[in-house]
Design a protein around this ligand. Structure first.
Ligand code: MLT
Length: 229
C-alpha cells in the first residue's frame, strides 16, 4: 500500500481515511485559490518520498485535486480511484454559493458548518461514530483553509480533457444515497474515463469511505487484484 495516495474531501482532513498504509496528505492552500496549488503539494510529497508513480485516489474535493494532479503531472499517476466526485466545473450559481460560504466562514468561523452540511454529506444510515468524526474534523479546520478551498473549487476547470487522455485503470465508487454527487453524476465520470470500473455502494451517502470504511477497503482491494495494480 506504500504507493496508494488518498486525498480528502471538503471541509475535512486526512482522518477521514481508514486505510492502513495509505499516504493521506492534509491538503493546505496558500496564495491565489487554485486547486493546482494542492496538486503541486501532492507532487512534492511524492518527490519527498521518492515515488515515481502512484495509485491516486480522492473523495469529492480530493477527486478534483487528483484530476488537477493528472493535469499537472500525468506521468506520476498509474491508476485512479474516485469516490463520490465529479469531473465537471461549477455552474455559475454553485460558484456563487461557494464564494458566499467562504465569506461567511471568514466572518463567523467554522462552528455553523456541521449542522449546515452534515445532512448532505452523510447518508441516512451513517453511524454516530461517522457523524462524530465528520463533525470533529470540520470543527478542527481553520476558517482561512475552508474559505480557500471553496474559492479554489469555484475556480476549478472542467477535467473532461485530462480524463479522456488518462490511459490508466480507474475505479469510480459512489454511495447510492449520495445527494451531492449522485450515482448519475458518477456514471458520467466513469464513461469519460477509458478504463474504468464503476460501482455503487448501497446505503452510503457522499462520504462513503467514512460511512463504510470496510466496504471501501474491500472494493479497492478487489479492484486492485482484478486490474493487477
Ligand atoms: C466535498 O465533499 O469535498 C465537497 O462536497 C465537494 C464540493 O463541494 O464540491
Amino acid at each position: 500500500m506504500d504507493d496508494l495516495v488518498l486525498l480528502h474531501a471538503f471541509p475535512l482532513d486526512a482522518r477521514m481515511w481508514d486505510v492502513p498504509g495509505a499516504i493521506t496528505p492534509d491538503l493546505r492552500g496558500h496564495g491565489e485559490p487554485d486547486l493546482d496549488v494542492l496538486a503541486l503539494q501532492v507532487v512534492e510529497e511524492l518527490d519527498a518520498r521518492g515515488l515515481d508513480s502512484v495509485l491516486l485516489g480522492g473523495c469529492s474535493m480530493g477527486g478534483y485535486v487528483a484530476m488537477a494532479v493528472l493535469r499537472r503531472a500525468p506521468e506520476r499517476v498509474k491508476g485512479l480511484v474516485f469516490a463520490d466526485t465529479k469531473h465537471t466545473a461549477d455552474a455559475p450559481e454553485a460558484a456563487e454559493n461557494r464564494h458566499a460560504m467562504a465569506e461567511r466562514v471568514e466572518r463567523e468561523g467554522v462552528g455553523w458548518i456541521p449542522d449546515a452540511m452534515l445532512p448532505n454529506l452523510l447518508g441516512p444510515n451513517a453511524s454516530d461514530e461517522a457523524k462524530n468524526l465528520v463533525r470533529t474534523m470540520i470543527l478542527a479546520q481553520r476558517p482561512e483553509d475552508v474559505a480557500w478551498w471553496q474559492r479554489a473549487m469555484a475556480a476549478r476547470l472542467d477535467s473532461t480533457d485530462v480524463l479522456e487522455k488518462a490511459y490508466v485503470p480507474s475505479l469510480v465508487l459512489v454511495g447510492d444515497q449520495d445527494k451531492i454527487t449522485p450515482p448519475d453524476v458518477a456514471a458520467k465520470l466513469a464513461v469519460t474515463l477509458r478504463h474504468s470500473t464503476s460501482e455503487r455502494v448501497e446505503g452510503a451517502g457522499h462520504l462513503m469511505p467514512v460511512e463504510q470504511p470496510e466496504e471501501f477497503r474491500a472494493r479497492l482491494e478487489r479492484w486492485r487484484t482484478q486490474v493487477g495494480i
